[in-house]
Ligand binder design. Sequence first.
Ligand SMILES: [Zn+2]
Length: 322
Amino acid sequence: MKFEDRYSRQVLFPGIGVEGQSLLAKGRVVIVGCGATGACVSALLARAGVGHLTIIDRDFVEPSNLQRQSLFDESDAIESLPKAVAASRKIAAFNSEIQTMPVVADLTPENIGSLLGDADLILDATDNFETRYLINDFAVKHGKPWIYAAAVASYAVTMNIIPGETACLACMFPSPPEGTVETCDTAGILNSAVNLIGSIQATEAIKFLVGAKDKLRRTLLSFDVWSNDQAEIAAGRPHSGCQTCEKREFVHLAGERRPQITLCGRNSVQIHERNRPVDFAEMSARLGTHGTVKHNAFVLKFWREPYEMTLFPDGRAIIKGH
Ligand SMILES: [Zn+2]
């Protein structure tokens, strides 16, 4: 397949051209989270010819994801494939010329340096503020640009963060939201809202990679696809007094270790046990007497009513009650 043919319609676009296309091929982008936003943005960037994509996600594909997470299909959900692995396989089927690296892990203060250190650009496609503040700390500390994106129900929001030039996440929101935060598990989500924000994020990423910095949006943009309400707040310069930008206190990066057990989703808990590798064959034999067990190379699933446990090779487990 000829390079020129594949990208011909994009090269025709004056903002990209031949030079922009070769810059995209050299680009290194890390996508943190591969739910709906991550699936959208990684598919668009892969099709656009961004040369190196790292896709980080801790979760596996479930039937309730298929409504909006456009890279996955029913067989991925039946196999409980990790999202990062499923995404990487799908991308290879439509663009085998780029490199993708799937990483099945939580992004933590311990591994963020090795996973994000080489990135030209970091894309937030997570579903939680804990990880976003961690990305913000790392990005500001090392002067790496990142793009915040979030969606819930019919509402979506995004902002480009260029350390030293624009406000950072902590400038705009000095502390994470308190109390109950609406999530896709409580408020639902329209697939169009999340794919809209992924598309805007992908476009900003392409502008950055081809060097069209004057075209990058300098606002916090929000859009409600149901009410059609939209708003833009100037993100401006780094705010004076910002704990992260100005004081350079990277509290999330320094972070006390995460609690051993965290809630994820409405009826699930995650047990963070890293670096305690599990032998799936041996574990299957042990659990087989207590319930139903099934495993592949990536996950082991165990059912005993009313619980379902998903175990990863590094010892991390997600336990779900029905
Ligand atoms: Zn700041």
